[in-house]
Design a protein around this ligand. Structure first.
Ligand SMILES: [Zn+2]
Length: 243
């Protein structure tokens, strides 16, 4: 059995990340599962070496011993291959040239790109998933699979890595519940994906002192790894029910 932690090195880690790591560690101990450290460094613009080293510093301080470390940025060729396989298996996709300003508040393509048969071209278009009409598409929109900048997007890279590593248990924040449903939809187009059988648990996001949810914008400085912090984290972890 195998679980994973999957931090994004686009800022210093915040307490919410650490709670997620400890919840994953708790589940791994209960299931006697290994933990893969997956560094979600697909965003070349925002990834910085100091953010990557912050991850290793925190993981060690928390007493987590990963059985493997993987960088998503090094898996692009595999993402291409998996995307071709999923497309061949009937996953509905379309090329969209809408920019962020074309979309505005809309999560879905605004210019009927799917009817135009546009070629995918770096800098000019993105590949999107065409979810069936219904509540999932209303909530998640036309999910990007391949970005305009020529790199795979989160939903694709994350799923393909979880599939390839045969991850059996996933602990993620409540904010990713929609992503979970999208990835379960996509996983049906992978060959007998272990992701469809994985136990995927969600936890509430921890709230900062201001009452706001902790997010990356608050990760502007390195956490001080103190016994006080450790006590606070342990108290948070003890109070959280996974669902
Ligand atoms: Zn479009």
């Amino acid at each position: 059995m195998l679980t994973r932690i999957a931090p994004t090195p686009s800022g210093f880690l915040h307490e919410g990340n650490l709670v997620n790591f400890l919840l994953t560690k708790r589940l791994a101990a209960r299931m006697d599962a290994g933990i893969v450290l997956r560094i979600d460094d697909m965003d070349r613009e925002r990834t910085r070496p100091e953010y990557v080293s912050d991850i290793f510093r925190v993981v060690e301080w928390l007493g987590i011993e990963p059985t493997a470390t993987v960088y998503l940025s090094q898996r692009t060729a595999r993402d291409v291959e998996a995307l071709h396989d999923m497309h061949a298996a009937g996953m509905p996709t379309f090329v969209c040239r809408c920019s962020r300003s074309d979309l505005g508040d809309s999560l879905t393509c605004t210019r009927h790109c799917d009817a135009e048969g546009i070629e995918l071209a770096t800098g000019a278009s993105a590949l999107r998933l065409r979810l069936p009409d219904g509540p999932l598409r209303d909530a998640m929109g036309d999910v990007v699979l391949w970005r305009r900048d020529g790199y795979p997007a989160y939903q694709l890279s994350s799923l393909v890595a979880d599939h390839d590593f045969r991850i059996s248990h996933i602990v993620r924040g409540e904010d990713l519940r929609g992503s979970t449903v999208v990835q379960l939809f996509m996983a049906r187009f992978l060959d007998d994906s272990p992701f469809l059988r994985a136990q995927i648990l969600h936890h509430p996001l921890i709230v900062g002192e201001s009452g706001a949810k902790l997010s990356k914008s608050q990760g502007t400085s390195r956490l001080e790894l103190t016994p006080v912090l450790r006590n606070r984290l342990d108290a948070s972890v003890a109070s959280i029910e996974l669902s």
